[in-house]
Design a protein around this ligand. Structure first.
Ligand SMILES: Cc1cc2nc3c(=O)[nH]c(=O)nc-3n(C[C@H](O)[C@H](O)[C@H](O)COP(=O)(O)O)c2cc1C
Length: 195
């Protein structure tokens, strides 16, 4: 069975972002579960705010094509989202909106084809007590709209400022175990759905 390739990114590019810490924390757990994880940073995929006129005049920006290709090369997606006003960040929504646009010259590495029928897992973090739980509802819905199969296991890490140890794992053993459970479920779902 080929090793499931999982693309991981956070919905924040902030230097000390909790969501980036959470994304980094899940990588070794995905690998321990038998997956191959790629940790991406949305800061490396420069893209303007989506604008239909810009798309009509110039096509898809280079950063979008680069991220679309990366998503196409992976079997599954794992997103660690912050919560902005009860939802996901404009950064990740913009990235997903752009990536859902087709490039007629590259139909298999652009548009809905790069998402459809692939498993996804979602995580959230926030300094607040709910850990970004409300953002997960919106992100789950959006990924479902993109025809992804979002696994039921998820984790919202509250009080994120105190949640991580110096080595980058979650300080609460129950949370670390829940994170490992999400990683394992995603790797298993990917192995079943993508072979
Ligand atoms: C525009 C904005 C809206 C926010 N709304 C929420 C919110 O609804 N719930 C919450 O728990 N935190 C909210 N926060 C605080 C963020 O959770 C906090 O800034 C967090 O550190 C951002 O994620 P990051 O650390 O991954 O960059 C908001 C922050 C901003 C800038």
């Amino acid at each position: 069975m080929p090793t499931p390739r999982i693309l991981v990114f956070a919905g924040s590019t902030r230097k000390d972002a909790y969501s980036r810490k959470l994304a980094a924390a899940v990588v070794p757990l995905l690998e321990a579960a038998g997956g191959q994880a790629t940790l991406a940073n949305l800061a490396d995929y420069d893209m303007p705010l989506y604008n239909g006129d810009l798309e009509a005049e110039q096509g898809l920006p280079q950063g979008v094509r680069k991220l679309q290709t990366l998503i196409a090369e992976h079997d599954a997606l794992l997103i660690a989202t912050p919560e902005y006003n009860g939802s996901m960040t404009p950064l990740e929504l913009n990235a997903l909106d752009w990536c859902s646009r087709p490039d007629k010259d590259n139909p298999t590495t652009s548009g809905l084809a790069i998402f459809a029928d692939k498993p996804a897992a979602i995580l959230a973090s926030s300094p607040g007590p709910l850990g970004g739980l409300r953002a997960l509802v919106h992100l789950r819905d959006l990924l479902g709209y993109l025809s992804m199969v979002v696994i039921p296991q998820q984790l919202a890490v509250g009080k994120a400022g105190e949640a991580f140890t110096a080595d980058g794992s979650l300080a609460d053993p129950r949370q670390q175990s829940a994170l490992a459970g999400v990683a394992k479920a995603l790797v298993n779902a990917t192995a079943k759905l993508r072979t």
